[in-house]
Design a protein around this ligand. Structure first.
Ligand SMILES: C[S@@+](CC[C@H](N)C(=O)[O-])C[C@H]1O[C@@H](n2cnc3c(N)ncnc32)[C@H](O)[C@@H]1O
Length: 383
C-alpha cells in the first residue's frame, strides 16, 4: 500500500468540502479546493510520438495493424466473457507508436486508452495519488470481513493487490481486457482476462464486494453492467464505483472560463457520444441513476477533488497535486490519442498541438485547478 503523508484535512487551500457524502458539493463551490476524503470524496512526450515513422490515420478500421491477421480469432474470443491468454490477445493493436488491447477485437470491445508501459505507469501513479488523497482508504462502503471481492477493469491491479494485502483472508479477483497485471501478487489475489460488458461468468450471490474504478467511456450500457454486479453480489454485499469526470476546474476563479480545459471536456463529451460510451458517468450523478435502475437502493456518494500542481498550501494536498500534474502530463497523450484521432477524426498533428496546449495548462502555476472524482456505493438488499 502506498504511503500517506497526512490524514488531516487541509488547513488552507485546498479546503475540505463541507458537504455530506450523500450530497457531493458542486464542483465550483466557493472554496478553492479538494474535498477532504474523510467527509466525502478528473480527468508521451512528442519525442516518443516521433518513433512512429508512418502515423497514418485509419478512420475504419481504426488501428495501424488492422490489416494483419489478428482478426481471425476475434469472434471466438468475444463470444465468451472469460479468456486465457491466447496469442491474439497478446498481439496488441498499434496506433501511432502506442499499443491497445486486442481482447475480442478492438472494434467489438472499444477501450480508448493504451495498454503500454507508458500508460500503465500513469495508472500506478494515479493509484498512488488516490491513496494519498484518501489516506490509504481503498473503499468507502462499510465492509466487514469480506471473503470474496471482484475488481472490474483492474488495470495494473494495484488496487486489487492492496486490497488483498489488507484482507489476507479474502479472495480477490481482478478482471481486465489486457494482461498487464504483475505476476508476483499476494496469494489471495488473482487476475483473469474478461470483458465485463458481456454477461459475467460468475455465479449468482457470489461476491461480498464488487469494486469498479476509473472506467469512464468503457461501457455502452452501465445499467447492464451494474445488473450483472447485482446478480453476482451476495445479499448484503456491496458495490462501489469510483470514477472521474473529464473536468479540470477551479473554485477561486483562477482558471479562465475559456481555458483549454473547456475543449478537453468537449472532446470527451463528443467522443463518448460518438462511441456510444459516455465519459459522463459521475457527471449529473448519472452513475447513481444507473445503479438504481439496476436494483440498488439507498446509494451513497461522495466527491473528491484532486488538485493539479503544487499550488495547495497543505502539504498532503500539495503532494497529491504534484503527483496529479506529473501523472496527467505524462498520460495526457495516451488519454487523448485514440478518441481525438480515431473517434473524432482530427489529424495527428492537430492532436499534438492540442495536447501541448493542455500540457501548458497543466503547468500553469497561476491556475488553481483540480480534477473531480466521485464515488458511489450501495448494498444489495438481504431479501
Ligand atoms: C483507466 S483504466 C483503470 C484501471 C484501474 N481500475 C485503476 O483504477 O487503476 C481502465 C481499465 O479498464 C479496462 N477495461 C476497459 N473496458 C473493459 C471491459 N469491457 N472489460 C474489462 N475491462 C475493461 C481497461 O483495459 C483498463 O485496464
Amino acid at each position: 500500500m502506498a504511503e500517506s503523508t497526512s490524514t488531516s484535512a487541509p488547513a488552507a487551500a485546498p479546503q475540505p468540502s463541507a458537504s455530506s457524502p450523500a450530497s457531493p458539493p458542486p464542483a465550483t463551490s466557493a472554496e478553492p479546493t479538494p474535498a477532504s476524503p474523510t467527509t466525502a470524496g478528473q480527468p508521451t512526450t512528442e519525442s516518443q510520438i516521433a518513433v512512429d515513422t508512418n502515423p497514418i490515420y485509419h478512420p475504419q478500421p481504426r488501428f495501424d495493424n488492422d490489416d494483419d491477421d489478428n482478426d481471425s480469432a476475434l469472434g471466438d474470443e468475444n463470444a465468451v466473457s472469460t479468456a486465457s491468454i491466447s496469442s491474439s490477445i497478446l498481439q496488441y493493436r498499434k496506433l501511432h507508436g502506442r499499443t491497445f488491447h486486442n481482447f475480442g477485437g478492438a472494434d467489438k470491445v472499444e477501450y480508448w486508452a493504451p495498454n503500454d508501459d507508458a500508460q500503465n505507469d500513469q495508472l500506478d501513479i494515479n493509484h498512488h495519488l488516490l491513496n494519498l488523497a484518501l489516506d490509504n482508504k481503498l473503499f468507502f462502503a462499510p465492509l466487514s470481513n469480506p471473503k470474496r471481492v471482484l475488481d472490474v477493469g483492474t488495470g495494473t491491479g494495484m488496487w486489487a493487490i492492496d486490497f488483498a494485502d489488507e484482507f489476507p483472508d479474502c479472495e480477490v479477483t481482478g478482471i481486465d481486457l489486457s494482461p498487464i497485471q504483475p505476476t508476483w501478487v499476494p496469494p489471495n489475489c488473482k487476475f483473469e482476462l474478461d470483458d465485463a460488458s458481456q454477461p459475467w461468468t460468475f455465479p449468482d450471490n457470489y461476491f461480498d464486494y464488487i469494486h469498479i474504478r476509473y472506467m469512464i467511456g468503457c461501457f455502452k450500457d452501465w445499467t447492464a453492467v451494474y445488473r450483472e454486479a447485482y446478480r453476482c453480489l451476495k445479499p448484503g454485499g456491496w458495490i462501489e464505483h469510483m470514477d472521474c469526470t473529464a473536468d479540470v476546474l477551479s473554485d477561486d476563479g483562477s482558471l479562465p472560463k475559456d481555458s483549454v480545459f473547456v475543449e478537453w471536456k468537449k472532446v470527451f463529451k463528443d467522443a463518448g457520444d460518438k462511441m456510444g460510451q459516455t465519459f459522463e458517468v459521475v457527471d449529473n450523478d448519472n452513475y447513481i441513476g444507473w445503479l438504481k435502475e439496476a436494483g440498488f437502493k439507498d446509494v451513497k456518494n461522495t466527491i473528491i477533488k484532486t488538485p493539479v500542481g503544487s499550488w495547495p498550501a497543505d502539504p498532503k494536498w500539495k503532494e497529491v497535486g504534484q503527483f496529479n500534474q506529473y501523472m496527467l502530463e505524462g498520460g495526457i497523450e495516451g488519454l487523448g490519442l485514440y478518441i481525438i484521432t480515431n473517434v473524432l477524426g482530427w489529424k495527428y498533428e492537430e492532436m499534438q498541438v492540442f495536447i501541448s496546449k493542455i500540457r501548458a495548462g497543466l503547468r500553469n502555476k497561476n491556475w488553481h485547478s483540480y480534477c473531480v472524482w466521485g464515488a458511489a456505493w450501495a448494498q444489495k438488499p438481504y431479501e
